[in-house]
Each structure stands twice: as structure tokens, then as C-alpha cells.
Design a protein around this ligand. Sequence first.
Ligand code: C2E
Ligand code: MG
Ligand code: MG
Ligand code: MG
Length: 280
Amino acid sequence: QAVRDRISELLVLTPSASDRLRLERHIEASLVQAIERGELFLQYEPKVRLADRQVLGVEALVRWRCADFGLIAPGLFIPLIERSGQIGLLTDWVLDEALRELAVLRQQNQPLLMAVNISASDLKGNLPARIDAALERHGVPPSSLEVEITETAVIRDIERAADVMAQLRQRGVRVSIDDFGTGHASLTYLRTFPIDSIKIDRLFVQHIDAQPVDQAIVRGVLSLAQSLGLRVVAEGVEDRSQLDRLRELGCEQAQGYYFSRPMTAVQLEHYLRNDADGAD
Ligand code: C2E
Ligand code: MG
Ligand code: MG
Ligand code: MG
């Protein structure tokens, strides 16, 4: 299995044109099968409050362990699934699985915020109704679900995005802008946009300890967010010096490998129990 994962990793990193085509065809043709065979699974990455290291929520990230190609990263298969028009199916599976796990966590006395990533095309389906159904199926309150949508997806159709987000917020579902700062959006959309939080892209966090420009950008985002009443989460924190700099700048929440790699549900439950015991 490990060897096969390694092979698929190489395939994904340096695919020959024909391997790549074979993989793309396979992905587009076999999502339904993958779901039926249980090849999809979620990993969860904690969102941490910097003041006390409390885990406030987790972000669900989908993975595909495929019989023929091994583990495939979402950065590779999500665009293909989007292109093939099947993203709604994937999003529904992710929502269902994430909320099932959220219900388990709540039963274990871990009332976290569960964040799920959605795609631009999800805005065209009846997303609010699908979310209602999933929330009801698992008996979890709307206010414990957060939907992350990238800035790039938002600017593809700002009016539709604003409409769907408003419907979600009416229900109490939280809405977050992902990869903030990478979509080349005009900032004016933030003025009227019905959102709760923005996630500063890893791009700006990566070199924040050494790059005055990145510090200036993050400082600007934080002050903009503060005046608009938005929460800010920094993405992709990998080391202590990035964390220290973010705290100095007044950032209150972050996620990244420094705190934890994305974990399976079992690992997450273990991690949260240890966290509650005060271990680090
Ligand atoms: P994203 O939503 O911005 O998620 C953050 C990505 O950065 C994740 O990659 C995560 O594993 C990775 N990451 C987190 N912390 C660190 C860090 O400290 N350093 C580094 N280098 N990376 C970090 P992943 O899981 O490969 O997902 C990539 C993208 O695929 C996501 O970006 C999201 O746009 C998309 N995606 C993942 N799951 C789903 C899903 O269920 N539905 C949809 N529509 N998109 C998804
Ligand atoms: Mg995200
Ligand atoms: Mg992101
Ligand atoms: Mg990203």
C-alpha cells in the first residue's frame, strides 16, 4: 500500500501525458463508484484560538483513496469533478459525512464549528435546501456549520454568491471567504457581503516572519476585518515564528501544520480528548 501511495504521489507530481489523461478519465468516470466503495474520506484540520490554543472548530478536507491510483489529493480531483458537472454529488457526500462526525463530536461534549468547503458550481444548485436536509438528518444546529467559499468562486458570480450566502446566514449557518487575497477581487465586495469571517491565504503567512510586505498586507486585512466586524483566520501556519508574528499583528485565530496536520475522525477525537486534559 505504501509503495502504491508513493507511486501515485509520483504520478501526481510528474505524470506523463498519457498517465495524466488516464487518471483524469478515471476520476471523471468513477466518482459514484468511489462513493459506493467507500474510497472517499475526510480529514479534519483544527482551527485554533491563539490566545489560549483552544480548538474552536475544524475544517473538513476530502481525500480519495483510489484502488488504481492510490491516494489522490483534492487539488487534483476537485477541478476535474467540477468540470464533469458532478461537484454537487461530492459536496453532498462531504456535508453528510462532516455533519455525521459533528454529531458524534457533540455527543462527546465537543461542540465545535464544522467547516466545509464548497465550490463555485454549488452556488447554482439549491445549496441552502441541501444543507437544511443534511443538518436535519444529523440533528445538528445550523450555527455549528460553517461554509467556506474561495474568493475566486465568489467573484465568478458575485450576486448569486451574495444571495446564497444571505440565505445560509438567515438560517444561522456561518459563511467564510477562503484563500482571501488570492482572487484579485475588488475589496468593495466586502462592504455588502453577508459573511462572518475571512481566511488569509497561506501565501501571505508563509514568509510573514521575514517579509515586511506580507506583514503590511496582513495588518491591513486585520484592520479592515475589524472595522467590518469580521473574524479572521490565518491559514497555513507552519512554525513558531510565523505564529509569533501573527499574534503581534493581532490575529486571533489560525490553522496549519504547526498546530496539527489534517487528521482522520479517530485521530481528531483522540486529539480533542488530550486537548481537554490539558496536554499539548
Ligand atoms: P483550502 O480549503 O484552502 O484548504 C487548505 C489546504 O492547505 C489543505 O490542502 C490543507 O491540507 C493545506 N494546509 C493546511 N495547513 C497547511 C500548512 O500549514 N502548510 C501547508 N503547506 N498546507 C497546509 P488540501 O487538503 O490538499 O486541499 C486543497 C484544496 O482543495 C482546499 O484548499 C480546498 O480548496 C479544496 N478542497 C478540499 N476539500 C474539499 C471539499 O470537500 N470540497 C471542495 N469543494 N473543495 C475541497
Ligand atoms: Mg478551506
Ligand atoms: Mg484556503
Ligand atoms: Mg487554498
